[in-house]
Design a protein around this ligand. Structure first.
Ligand SMILES: [Zn+2]
Length: 127
């Protein structure tokens, strides 16, 4: 069984989706070549950091945030966000048209990092 690829953002040149192996430090665009015929290569960690930065100030529903952060940081379930709301650690940033709670992505990233620190894990969420 091969491990699933993680999304590593769009290629700067063609805007195509880049997918890297979870342990890979670099990812190559499957479509682009430079002048020498080499594939365009990106640093996965830098891409991830960039994507997290771009997401930080967005407000999204719990399932959307869980989906995004699961692929960028580590698995997280939407229910955890509601647990944090119940414990008053997380405050909704508003409601969408359907009345679902919206959260600021950066708040969730911080709570994930705080959880990591408490668990004594040496996982740094934003490297
Ligand atoms: Zn490309």
């Amino acid at each position: 069984m091969t491990s699933p690829l993680v999304y590593a953002g769009p290629c700067d040149a063609c805007n195509g989706d880049l997918h890297a192996r979870p342990d890979a430090s670099r990812v190559a665009c499957q479509w682009c070549r430079d002048e020498d015929g080499q594939r365009l290569v990106y640093e996965v960690q830098a891409r991830r950091k960039w994507m997290l930065g771009a997401l930080e100030d967005k407000t999204l529903t719990a399932p959307a945030i869980a989906r995004a952060l699961t692929s960028l940081i580590r698995p997280i379930k939407p229910a955890l966000l509601h647990t944090w709301v119940a414990r008053k650690k997380l405050h909704p940033a508003g409601l969408d048209d359907l009345g679902r709670m919206l959260f600021r992505v950066g708040d969730v990233i911080e709570l994930m990092a705080a959880g990591d620190a408490r668990a004594g894990e040496r996982v740094s969420v934003v490297a």
